[in-house]
Every structure is written in structure tokens, then in C-alpha cells.
Design a protein around this ligand. Sequence first.
Ligand code: AMP
Ligand code: MG
Length: 503
Amino acid sequence: MVVMFHHPALSNTDLPWLRVSEGGFASLGETFANPTEPTPLPAAHWVGCNESLRRELGLPSDLWQQQEALELLTGNRLVANQPTYASVYSGHQFGQWAGQLGDGRALNLGAIQTPAGLQELQLKGAGPTPYSRRGDGRAVLRSSIREFLASEAMHGLGIPTTRALCVTGSPAHVRREEVETAAVVTRVAPSFVRFGHFEHFASNGQIDELRALADHVVTAHFPALQDKQGAERYVALLNEVTQRTAVLMAQWQAVGFCHGVMNTDNISILGLTLDYGPFQYLDGFDANHICNHSDTSGRYAYARQPQIAYWNLFCLGQALMPLIDEQAPALAALESYKQTFPAVMDQGMRDKLGLSGAHEGDRALVEDVLQALQEDLVDYTVFWRRLSVAVRESAHSTHAFEPVRDLFLHREVFDAWCARYLDRLGTANRTSAGDTMLRTNPKYILRNHLGELAIRQAKAGNFAMVQDLLQVLHAPFDEHPTYEAWADLAPEWASSIEISCSS
Ligand code: AMP
Ligand code: MG
């Protein structure tokens, strides 16, 4: 057994940007933020560096050259007087109460003040914590690259998400189905608070702590609700989280994102996409698609996500009940999901179709095209992108829709739908409708096989594709001629990629 020691603690002058601020999650105290040190990893190296996020956060331009930063973001060095911590939460997993969980492999460095506001920094995979249960506290290179790329792809798509500043790797072995190597992702978000944090204190009857947590979330993240007092404040919080979650679900559905593990411990109180595990962006459209190989009942199938989010919100509502007392206002807050989700979803789909205004037959138009896509398992992203191009071209070409039509086996079904669609588009300016669609329907998404190719190269020590994919996914609506092939249909072998929960 190799015993490793931390290098000496860094002083604030070594990494002046990492000055932890007041007002972050750690200000709640040790009941919430349990002081825990990372466990060092040997021979750390950079795997992926997110230059755009570095700039957004105002971090030093030579960050990726700083040995101290590499060691710090791998969990090998600490900053003097700035304790790292793990937080405790509980949750419902696959519909069952799972009891206490917690940051089993995430260590928080604290919140820093940035041009993008106060941001929490978290190292995922930096070693065991008091909440690791039987886990090793580690993350493998494969899943770390997936999280790094997917969260930035989500951001590029304009969908709320936690971000990823970098991935560092180490040759240290990590045992999963096979032996892999360790990696650490530095995640960044205004807050990593989950529904499960509230469920934890509610289930333990720790009502003062529950209130302190809710007050922290309101003060730090929903300042507009601060003036409300007592139960009214927590109803407003539930309402706000319901709205954000509904919007997030509409965005996931519209882009074809399947999360895979929507347990309440993986659901953000800020309505951010959180905890990228066996996620997948749909290739061929299949409403029943299950991306998580371990989800045998299909609880988290693509089409079920909006209902599952609603179910999760009920768990949050239940957890907040000790602060709300009366059921009626809590139920009313939850009920708002049933208006917000369909309204945002309908608008999202009209945007994908380039339709302005809302007409009575719009929902049928959407349902029918999804039915046609499902019937022929047409690639979801390619369909919308080709449709966008076709609408634009149709301003001056009579054959504009041929490339869309070519995607279907049942051409007559597409033809009939397309006639209705063109009728609905009417005399709208096709060039500008097409342009809007091209800014709504991405050309590039993180297809499983692209992630897989980047991972294979990274395992062989070549990180170029990780970096190139990151660049392209940051601007998924733009043309990237060098990477045209990444916008293609998934190859045959992509369907054999199995994504398990192991990470
Ligand atoms: P997940 O479903 O991946 O979000 O994880 C559920 C719970 O298991 C969380 O409390 C995680 O922190 C914990 N966990 C997952 N993988 C590990 C690991 N390798 N070591 C320790 N804890 C883990
Ligand atoms: Mg999780």
C-alpha cells in the first residue's frame, strides 16, 4: 500500500483567485458542510481545460500552466485555513426512499466571488468522504470526460446546468466492471443543493436545520422572495423551484436529452441539470428510450421525464411541509407545474418549427411529426436541423425539403405532414423563419459515440478530441466545417454502446 501525503498547504498568495467568500453553502456550518479532506492522487495531469469558463470566472490566464492549480484541482493540495467539505443529503432512488446518501465522492472547495457571481467549486472524484458508504470516492476517466463534455454541451445549448472547469487525470487504478484510471472533474455552480438536502433534514425531524437550509437558498439564490415571512416564504420557494424545474424539463424534452437517473438526490434546487451519469442525447427518436442500462423498468425513459420531475417536486413539497403547515398552498404551488410545463413545451416546439403565434392545431402538428419520427426512428437532431435548412432554402428552391424527406421510410407520411406544416407556416418570411430555427435546432450534440471516441483517445493519452469536442459543443448552432462529420448520423456501432450507472 502506498501512503501518500498532501504537499504543504498552499497559502492564499499562491492561488489568490481561490479566496473563499462568505455567503456560500459552507456558511451554514458543519452540520451541513462536514469538513473532509481530499485524498491525493499520484502523477496528476490535465485532461480537459475549459478556457471559456476560465474566462467567464475571471480566473488567471495562465491557470492551465500553474502546477499549484493542477494539484489543487486534483485534491492534492489544500489552501491554508480554507477547509474542504462534504455535504449530507438523502433521497428517493428509483421511487424508493433510500435514506442518507450525501457527497460520497464530491468535495467542496467553497464559494468564490467571480464576474458571474458567487460560484461554488466542487471536486468530483477526490476521494472518500463520510458519505461514501461502500464506494471508493473516486470517478473514472470515462465518466469524468462525459460529464465535462455534456455539461458544457448543455450550456452551449442554452439549458441551465452545472458547469465543468476542467478534468484532471491520474494513472491510479479504480476498480469498476474492469480496472480503469482515476479522474477528477472540477464542477462549478451557484449551488449544488439538491431536493435530497431538504428531504434529509425533514426526514430526521431536524426542522431548525431545514429552515436554515431553506433560508440560505432563498437569501443566496431567490432574493426576490426574501421579504416574504414564515410559511409564505417557503410556499414561494416551492413555487419558484416548480417553475424552474418545469422549464428545465421542457428544455430537456425539446433537445432530446435523457438524464437517466432522476432520483431526488440528483435534482437541483436551482433547476440546473445536475449529475451527469448514464445520460444520452437521443439519436433516432424513440419516446420510450431508456439510456440507463440499469433502469430495467424504464422509470426514467425519455418520455417519462416530465412526470418524474413532477413526482420529485412532490417529494420536495413533502419535505417543506414542516415549514408550510397548510397543504392547500403547497399543492397550489406544485399544481402550477401543470400549466407551466405544457406552455413552455408548446412554445419550445413552435420555436423548433419556426412558427410564430400560437394556433389551435399546433400541438397536433408536433405530435404527428414526433409520431412519424418514432415510426421510422428518424434521427432527432438531424431531422430538426435539416428542417431548419429546408425552411430557409424554400424561400428560393422548390426541392428544399428533399433532404428532410430522405430521412423517412414512410415518405407519404412525411409528405402529408409537410403539406400541413407549410400551410401553417403560410406566407411567413422563410429566410428569417429558417434563421430562427437554425438558432433553435442545434447541429452538434454530444452523441454517445462521439464521447466514446474522445474517451478511447484519452485512455491512450491523447486529449485532443476532448478539447476539440468541447470547442464545437460550446457553439452547437454554428457551422464547424472541420468537424462536419460530428454532425452526421450515429454509426451502426453506436447502438451497441451500453451506459451503466458505474462511473
Ligand atoms: P449517483 O446515483 O451517481 O448520483 O450516486 C448516488 C450516491 O452514491 C451519492 O451519494 C454518491 O455520492 C454516491 N456515490 C456514487 N459513486 C460513488 C463512489 N464511487 N464512491 C462513493 N460514493 C459514491
Ligand atoms: Mg448523484
